[in-house]
Ligand binder design. Structure first.
Ligand code: ZN
Length: 136
């Protein structure tokens, strides 16, 4: 597949209100967008580091995937997101190479991106998101 760049790093946090001050006051980065993605039961906060974004993820529900992740592993790095030319094609290619997919088809993610996840069982433990900006 044609990966163009690392688009963002997703980080699971218990609370955006607690996490954002660390990123802003200690690391000196500016939160430029906070957005709820109801479909995924998360509230997200975004920072830019050069061309790469940091996406903080807070669960909006006790049974959300982020809540479950934190329960099992604690807060921390949750996923890597790669920008690709075409998510549908990238998914088909991954599947044809034996990768287990979490999303069989792309769905709408934060910032209007079309996104899909590959299962960490097939990616050596790294939850991998493929994303495409269809608004470009
Ligand atoms: Zn993400």
């Amino acid at each position: 597949m044609n990966i163009k760049q690392l688009e963002h790093i997703g980080i699971a946090v218990k609370s955006l209100d607690e996490a954002i001050p660390y990123w802003e006051n200690v690391l000196g980065l500016k939160c430029y967008n906070v957005e709820e993605v109801a479909d995924q039961k998360v509230k997200t906060a975004f920072f830019k580091v050069g061309e790469i974004k940091i996406e903080l993820l807070e669960s909006t529900s006790e049974d959300g995937t982020i809540a479950k992740f934190i329960e099992k592993k604690g807060q921390g790095v949750h996923h890597l997101a790669f920008a690709v030319d075409n998510v549908e094609n990238a998914l088909a290619e991954a599947e044809s190479k034996g990768v287990q997919l979490i999303d069989k088809a792309p769905r709408l993610g934060a910032e209007g991106l079309s996104i899909a996840f590959l299962h960490p069982k097939s990616t050596l433990g790294v939850l991998t998101e493929l994303c495409e900006n269809k608004n470009k």
